[in-house]
Design a protein around this ligand. Structure first.
Ligand SMILES: [Cu+2]
Length: 156
């Protein structure tokens, strides 16, 4: 015996009904968490704010990871890679910021808000500045391509 026509209709009905039920279940169940898909992962978390700059302190030299500075907040990471105690001091229009004194191998961070102008960056530990642990950074220096005319005329 083969399957009677009535049984075939029942199977079709069940299949269709099942599909409907499935769709309904999806629609209903998805309301809570997945509707809209607005759950995004949080942005990368950084423990420090501002532009990161590394200052390598050696005997007796300071090497900054960048020479270009624009006004804004910077976090300097001072690393003492020398054999003596060193520290990092940044002095300029925005004031004076000094890191703690680092033993060899230590590092620390120094967050500074730089303003336009010239800053002295040096090691304040005795005599190190004169031994070569000093450099100067210029914040917001005019790009070489744009002339000075517009800025000089401003306000005068
Ligand atoms: Cu030093």
């Amino acid at each position: 015996m083969t399957i009677p026509p009535t049984r075939q209709r029942v199977l079709l009905g069940v299949a269709a009904g099942g599909l409907t039920a499935l769709l309904a279940a999806c629609g209903g169940g998805g309301n809570g968490s997945s509707a809209g898909g607005s759950t995004t992962s949080p942005p990368p978390k950084s423990t420090t704010s501002g532009t990161q700059v590394t200052a390598k302190l050696t005997d007796f030299h300071i090497a900054l990871s960048t020479g270009k500075f624009q006004p804004g907040q910077y976090t300097f990471t001072a690393k003492n890679q020398g054999q003596h105690e060193h520290a990092l001091e940044i002095e300029g229009p925005g004031g004076e910021n000094r890191s703690k004194t680092l033993d060899p191998g230590q590092s620390t961070t120094l967050t500074v808000t730089l303003k336009s102008g010239s800053y002295k960056v040096y090691c304040p530990v005795d005599g190190h500045k004169d031994l070569g642990m000093r450099t100067t950074i210029t914040v917001g220096g005019a790009p070489a391509s744009s002339g000075n005319d517009t800025s000089q005329n401003n306000g005068y």
